[in-house]
Design a protein around this ligand. Structure first.
Ligand SMILES: Cc1cc2nc3c(=O)[nH]c(=O)nc-3n(C[C@H](O)[C@H](O)[C@H](O)COP(=O)(O)O)c2cc1C
Length: 153
């Protein structure tokens, strides 16, 4: 089974986990890049008017991504990672799922967080793809990454 680690990271934590995960699996890694990077002010969840608050309050928001010639045909399984925002996945992950062709793929979710679990991301993301979406794990530590690697090998 050929696997791709794809991730979005606003402040670097998920990026570090993605690189560790991909190197342990010996697989390719792809970064989902926002067309407009998130500033610290954008990420202030205490501010009701911040970009992230407004995006996450609107389930139809689809923050633009930089579109690459990402060819998924070589992969059977996508390990899709992101920071948990408001107990779910950032809506930029919906953008990603709606931008490329995931038909016939298995998508396994993983995330980094301040402590909460994967939450309702699976339900929110299924709205954006016909592909199979299953919950993986929170990967906040190297130990959790090792456990995940064992589970999906
Ligand atoms: C807008 C926003 C909302 C967040 N919501 C949650 C949350 O609901 N639960 C949680 O445990 N952490 C939450 N966090 C913390 C992030 O999930 C955590 O810091 C993550 O590791 C950041 O990853 P990154 O550095 O790759 O962006 C939130 C962070 C931001 C910026």
């Amino acid at each position: 089974m050929k696997t791709l680690v794809a991730y979005f990271s606003a402040t670097g934590t998920t990026a570090r986990a993605a690189k560790t995960l991909a190197s342990k699996l010996g697989c390719d890694v792809y970064e989902i890049k926002p067309a407009v990077p998130y500033t610290d002010a954008d990420l202030n969840w205490m501010d009701k008017q911040s970009r992230s608050t407004l995006e996450m309050k609107d389930k139809t928001s689809r923050p633009a991504i930089i579109k690459d010639e990402l060819d998924l045909s070589a992969y059977d399984r996508i390990l899709l990672g992101y920071p948990v925002w408001w107990y779910t996945a950032p809506t930029i992950i919906n953008t990603f799922l709606e931008t490329y062709d995931f038909s016939g793929k298995e998508i396994v979710l993983w995330a980094t967080s301040g402590g909460s679990g994967l939450g309702r991301a699976k339900i929110d993301l299924k709205a954006s793809t016909d592909a199979s979406v299953v919950d993986g794990m929170i990967l906040n530590s190297d130990r959790q990454i090792d456990t995940f690697v064992q589970e999906i090998k």
